[in-house]
Design a protein around this ligand. Structure first.
Ligand SMILES: [Zn+2]
Length: 385
């Protein structure tokens, strides 16, 4: 194996950012991530890792990569996603696909969320003697985190055994995170019958039904907030947001159909499917005697809430190494899916979430050396001793 085959850090970051890999639920934006996966596979192969490129079922052009060195049951997984969000190049001051260094910052789409993390990992393991690993080191690169999370979901469905401890390098300013809320987005559709407004008995008004549904959801939201609370979160209660409503066409026509979209953010310990069933039950009861048809469905698979115990070895190690106690964040990650694979998982990576999903996304240069050192220390702690 010739370690000189691994390019310098900034070159790796430049190559990763230059390969577009937008993922989106809108087909006109959605792209394959294969070229990012291929780059990582090449480099990791050159470092002596066994690599597995896995097509994500039912998502053509989308791939996960699992690269493994060493063997054993107690491995450390360093995980990240290879996709980026869509972008608006007119709001960027530079080409989003060209890594640009300015004011001690590295600008580019995915510089911090989160192609840059992979470049740091590769740099951290450049001189690693894989023959000395006592437990395996696994680098995991996933597809579609920013849209459907199909990559992580596929790994969870396949019950891929990857390791015992996992770190997801999402941008947290190198501070450990062990909890986040879940996300569900639900569509509620009420169908009645349209007719002339002059005589209500000529139809069945879906908007009338929706007013009852809205009142019931607000009541449910209050109840959830009294039943569940966790002071570790900035917003301590679960939230329910009324985000989108559309119904009817004309003032002088009975509204035949109305649709509402809501966003639910449950706390750890609250099960997504249970919440969906509870919502459905309450709304069916609310509209029971109206003759209106109620349909509820999920707008996407949802992300479960996530919590790793404070006592987990990976949490403890991260806290000792960084001097920060592990906290909660407001954004969802692939954490719950890695957890379903039996791994204690934390979120901790270079860069700031404030820069993610923004024009002129950047990674601050000052995050790079500490990031590399932290990755090396975790590898030493979990794979070498
Ligand atoms: Zn991300």
């Amino acid at each position: 194996m010739n370690k000189t085959e691994l390019p310098p850090l900034l070159h790796m970051m430049r190559r990763l950012i230059a390969e577009p890999s937008v993922s989106s639920v809108s087909a006109e934006w959605d792209q394959s991530n294969v070229r990012v996966i291929d780059l990582l596979q090449d480099w990791l192969h050159n470092l002596g890792f066994q690599t597995e490129k896995l097509a994500v079922p039912n998502y053509p052009g989308k791939f996960n990569l699992i690269a493994t060195a060493g063997s054993g049951p107690e491995g450390l997984v360093l995980a990240g996603h290879t996709d980026t969000v869509p972008f608006d190049s007119s709001r960027w001051s530079t080409d989003p696909f060209e890594l640009t260094e300015r004011d001690n910052r590295l600008y580019g789409l995915g510089s911090t969320d989160m192609k840059g993390f992979f470049a740091l990992v590769l740099e951290a393991i450049r001189d690693l003697d894989t023959g000395k690993l006592r437990q395996p080191l696994v680098i995991l690169a996933t597809a579609d985190e920013e849209s459907s999370m199909s990559g992580a979901r596929a790994l969870a469905d396949a019950q891929k055994q990857l390791g015992r401890h996992a770190l997801i390098g999402e941008p947290t300013g190198l501070k450990p995170i062990r909890l986040h809320k879940g996300i569900a987005m639900e569509c509620i559709r009420i169908t009645g019958r349209s007719g002339h407004s002059s005589n209500p008995s000529l139809g069945n008004n879906a908007l009338d039904g929706m007013s009852l549904v809205l009142a019931e959801i607000l009541q449910w939201r209050n109840e959830l907030a009294t039943r569940f609370s966790n002071p570790l979160f900035e917003v301590a209660t679960p939230t329910v947001n009324l985000g989108h409503i559309h119904g009817g066409d004309n003032p002088n026509r009975i509204c035949g159909q109305c649709e509402l979209h809501i966003d639910i953010r449950p706390l750890p310990g609250m099960d997504l499917d249970e919440l969906r069933r509870e919502l459905d039950r309450r709304l069916q009861r609310t509209l029971h005697s109206t003759g209106l048809k109620l349909e509820c469905h999920s707008l996407f698979g949802g992300v479960p809430a996530f919590e790793t115990p404070a006592s987990a070895a990976i949490v403890q190690a991260a806290e000792v190494l960084t001097g920060h106690s592990a906290e909660a964040v407001a954004f969802g990650t692939e954490g719950p899916f890695l957890q379903q694979l039996g791994m204690d998982t934390i979120i901790m990576g270079p860069g700031s979430i404030d820069q993610a999903h923004q024009p002129d996304e950047f990674m601050a240069m000052e995050q790079i050396e500490p990031g590399i050192t932290l990755i090396k220390q975790l590898i030493h702690r979990f794979c070498m001793t």
